[in-house]
Design a protein around this ligand. Sequence first.
Ligand SMILES: Nc1ncnc2c1ncn2[C@@H]1O[C@H](COP(=O)(O)OP(=O)(O)OP(=O)(O)O)[C@@H](O)[C@H]1O
Ligand SMILES: [Mg+2]
Length: 252
Amino acid sequence: MFVEVNDVKKSFQMSRQKETLQVLDGISFSADQGEVVSIIGPSGCGKTTLVRILAGIEKQDSGSIKIENHEVTGPGSNRGMVFQTFNLFPWMTIEQNVGIGILDLPEEERKKRVETYLAMVNLQGFEKYHPHQLSGGMQQRVGVARAMALEPKVLLVDEALANVDAQTAEQLMDQLLQVFAKTKKTVIYVTHNMDEAIYMSNRIVVLSKRPSKVIQVLDDELPTPRWEKDTRAMPEYGQLRTTLRKSLGLAR
Ligand SMILES: Nc1ncnc2c1ncn2[C@@H]1O[C@H](COP(=O)(O)OP(=O)(O)OP(=O)(O)O)[C@@H](O)[C@H]1O
Ligand SMILES: [Mg+2]
């Protein structure tokens, strides 16, 4: 397996109290190369915590994470992250923002990557703009281009569409799927949105509320490429949605 998460546990010390808050209670799942695996679960169950552990910016209490058989022990350029808040530097231009993670590359190579990934998210022509001159959806695409510019083996996406409107989110889903397909990226895709999880994934890992465990892992075998078909109108889509709702405890 390309990404292996094995029995990861994590608690936080509550400030000024002796108590600890157990967040992750033995999470295990895996992702094959080129697969999009969604993580879905109720608010506060520890999805962001899990992504931060995968990114190496938070340390688990126990359990292990391996990428291509190498244990994750800290941040590294084999992982790129797309955040819920766009986290762009307002004083930098779009091209500077996209190139921020690859400053150690020779200038030519850096320029080429910035150009490639801005084009991939359909933002050519906006290189010299500043973030405040772009819409929310465009800013999120800059965030995606920035993560992609690292050419990471694994892309970690945390609620990337939570701050854009529903129509923009639908368009961005298609653009993201196209980028994932073009680059054959392995993606861990966190969302609280069932439709997003179904549309975007090859597999869906359902988490319980805190302290969270994996309730179920659902295979998502809807036909691809999904943007070419009316995927959301397919009977299989409805069936998967019902299964997912049941798994999340939202339906009997
Ligand atoms: N650094 C921290 N110190 C203490 N508690 C934390 C810390 N980070 C997260 N938590 C707690 O861990 C729990 C899980 O938080 P997390 O952000 O991972 O949830 P989430 O599933 O991403 O929620 P949401 O869907 O709302 O984004 C929360 O109760 C939160 O208060
Ligand atoms: Mg979160």
